[in-house]
Design a protein around this ligand. Structure first.
Ligand code: IVH
Length: 680
């Protein structure tokens, strides 16, 4: 062997050794929660491996711990057909229903009524179901549940989750790695990570996620794995789908295999000898679920014997050997310290209760929305009252009812405001809502500016809510157009603003002037005009002035714009104050034209027609195809209906193609689509 070969093979050995040590510590840290080295020591190992791989890129393998975060964002997810359908689970809500489930099983499997069936009871993690395939011990692909038969290929995002090993290594004890193993589990976001993520989003002006489940789903469905990696998703694995090269008799064995191979299995799993034990275990967790740092919405009860699974089979919806026991939505009782009123960006006044902080469904709650003043009167909510709170999918919980027995006479009836709490202007009543009609109201100004700078609107990086508060209070911002007159000297010296952050904000403000017209329209904060309507308007009018001069009739003629929205747009541009602000925006050099669309003549085959795209297009990534269609005067919709004119079909199309055939919608393959866009 010559010297060079010798050296390469020893480097290869070193690399393999490092990977194995890192994997060992990943398992200790991420799966077993028993770190054996410090973060610093771990980072040194990873750095050493990175350096060796950088010097010898030919030795990089996809399962190397350095390869968790992929490079470029995807243009869309491919579809994966599930070899075994991912069915759902039937629900029960009481011990009695669980006993019926037990009896049904005995009846169907011909088991004596007196004999007990063995069950495994697991926590029902409130997250997103996924499937992961390992072939010869290598993580090859992973997908979401989707419709149960096919889901999205989210391999790149799943690879960013450190708890999921990229290669399976047995923990010894005679266990070997299966040749093929499909595991099933739940991706979730721990409560702490959820809270951290939402705090970051408030700071950067992005909308908050309603609950940890939505946050996990949103993070798993991002096309850029680099962002997913920052979300710190977690997983519990709870079942094996397809497998080859191992023998399994019970569900307990399945969980042992998963645990042995280094996959996270929830530690609160319990074997129960009878349905009565199951019920007891469910009741215990109904009371203890607050102790967990992730959300569970019930328990899952599984028959332990796999032979019995086969015997029982499944309905079209769910297997007969499993059932869930759902908890009631979590409630908490706390005291209303005060009721304050908030002014929204359109002037609507909302009452909000400040509460004695209380733990509810994983987060500490100190505020609850009271919706409107009629609601306060209807529920007879008073300051000082103890109230029952409940989360129903929103971040801000709702007051369900007042605990009247706890009243001691010191409670105060809340008086509806007669003037705006911020600017003292008179309030107008619109239905159940009160509204401040003063366009110069400071509270509204702040709300409007915060929205203007947010991601969905002009996306001014670094101009978050806290800074906007300061800038308005100090008089630097009187309306959102003032953003474009801010100077470095105005910023530097403000709270949390150093030289560097001030300079980058000035640059970000300059950068935001180039945003496309739909962002600008959305940023104006016109009542009832969100991002989608803004896009429709931008496509239709092409520049801000034409939109500003459009009549009610012209607006109503646009597909998707109704009389109410049209009225709001006309009202906005007729308002004297708004006109001044819009002029100020224009004179700051902001873009007011539709960008991105080449000035081609409208294509008569495409103009006015609606398109849906499905599958992977080779020549035009999805976004590009959409821009092309829109640029030629067409509309792009997300689902096929009778109104769809064309379905453009790429590789591995989903159910949309079937739907299109059913509805007689013309289907274009990529070649036909290309021909069509070239015909003018
Ligand atoms: S077993 C066919 N076990 O609950 C049974 N599911 O409402 C396969 N879930 O789609 C699933 N925790 O996403 C199972 N310990 C657990 C679970 C669990 C959460 C989810 C899963 C499933 C949904 C049904």
């Amino acid at each position: 062997m010559d010297m060079r070969l010798n050296m390469t093979s020893s480097i290869k050995e070193k690399i393999n050794q490092l990977r194995s040590v890192i994997r060992h510590h990943d398992r200790k840290y991420y799966v077993e929660n028993t770190p054996a080295i410090t973060d610093y020591e771990y980072d040194l190992l990873v750095k050493e491996l990175q350096q060796l791989e950088q010097a010898h890129p030919e030795l990089i393998t996809p399962d190397s711990p350095t390869q968790r975060v992929g490079g470029e964002p995807l243009s869309q997810f491919a579809t994966i057909n599930h070899k075994i359908p991912m069915l759902s689970i039937d629900n029960t809500y009481s011990g009695e229903e669980l006993r019926e489930f037990d009896q049904r099983i005995k009846r169907m499997a011909d088991i004596d009524k007196q004999q007990d069936v063995e069950y495994v009871v697991e926590l029902k993690i409130d997250g997103i179901a996924i499937t992961i395939w390992y072939e010869n011990g290598l993580f090859t692909r992973g997908a979401t549940r989707g419709d149960g038969f096919k889901g999205d290929d989210v391999t790149a995002n799943l690879k960013t989750i450190h708890q999921i090993p990229l290669t399976l290594e047995s923990a010894g004890k005679g266990q070997h790695v299966p040749t093929v193993l499909e595991i099933r589990g739940e991706i979730y976001l721990p409560n702490k990570e959820f809270q951290r993520l939402n705090e970051e989003r408030v700071e950067s002006g992005e909308p908050q996620f309603a609950n940890p489940r939505n946050a996990a789903a949103g993070s798993l469905k991002l096309l850029d794995p680099r962002i997913t990696a920052k979300r710190h998703l977690h997983i519990f694995t709870y079942a094996i789908g397809h497998y080859e090269g191992i023998e399994l008799q019970t569900h307990t064995q399945c969980l042992d295999v998963l645990r042995g191979l280094g996959l996270p299995v929830n530690t609160h799993t319990q074997s129960c000898k009878s349905i009565e034990e199951v019920i007891q275990h469910c009741n215990t967790w109904d009371e203890r679920r607050d102790e967990l740092d992730y959300l569970v919405d019930g328990m899952v009860i599984k028959v332990n014997s796999l032979a019995l699974h086969n015997q029982l089979g499944a309905t079209s919806k769910s297997p007969r050997w499993v059932i869930s026991y759902k908890f009631q939505p979590e409630q908490a009782i706390t005291k209303i310290e005060e009721i304050v009123v908030q002014v929204g960006k359109t002037g609507v006044i909302t009452p909000v209760a400040n509460l004695t902080p209380v733990l509810l469904a994983g987060t500490t709650v100190s505020r609850a929305t009271l919706h409107n003043f009629d609601e306060i009167a209807r529920k007879d909510i008073r300051v000082g009252d103890h109230v029952v709170l409940q989360k129903a999918g929103e971040i801000i919980p709702q007051v369900v009812s007042v605990v009247k027995e706890k009243r001691d006479g010191t409670e105060d009836v809340f008086k509806e405001p007669t003037a705006c709490p911020e600017c003292n202007s008179d309030l107008a009543r619109i239905g159940v809502y009160l509204r401040c009609n003063n366009p110069l109201c400071l509270a509204q100004t702040k709300r409007r500016i915060k929205y203007f700078a947010s991601r969905d609107a002009m996306d001014v990086e670094g101009l978050g809510p806290a800074l906007i508060e300061q800038l308005v209070d100090k008089g630097f911002l009187k309306d959102y157009a003032d953003i474009y007159h801010l100077k470095y000297d105005d910023l530097v010296g403000l709270e949390r603003m150093g030289e560097k952050s001030s300079a980058s904000l000035i640059q970000a403000i300059e950068e935001s002037k180039k945003r496309d017209l739909d962002h600008l329209i959305s940023a104006l904060g016109i009542n009832n005009v969100g991002t989608h309507t803004a896009e429709v308007l931008a496509n239709h009018f092409g520049d801000l002035d034409t939109l500003a001069n459009a009549t009610q009739e012209a607006l109503e003629r646009i597909h998707e714009i109704g009389p109410v929205v049209a009225g709001c747009i006309v009202e906005f541009f007729q308002d004297k104050h708004n006109r001044v602000v819009v002029e100020k925006l224009k004179s700051s050099g902001i873009n007011t034209q539709k960008l991105a669309v080449p000035t081609v003549a409208k294509n008569p085959h495409i103009s006015g027609k609606s398109f849906v795209i499905t599958g992977v297009l080779q020549k035009y990534p999805r976004k590009e195809a959409e821009i092309l269609i829109k640029g030629l005067g067409g509309r792009v919709l997300s689902s096929v209906s009778k109104k769809t004119d064309y379905l453009v079909v790429g590789e591995s199309p989903g159910s949309k193609a079937d739907k299109a055939r059913e509805l007689n919608v013309t289907i274009l393959d990529e070649e036909a689509f290309e021909k069509m866009i070239r015909m003018i």
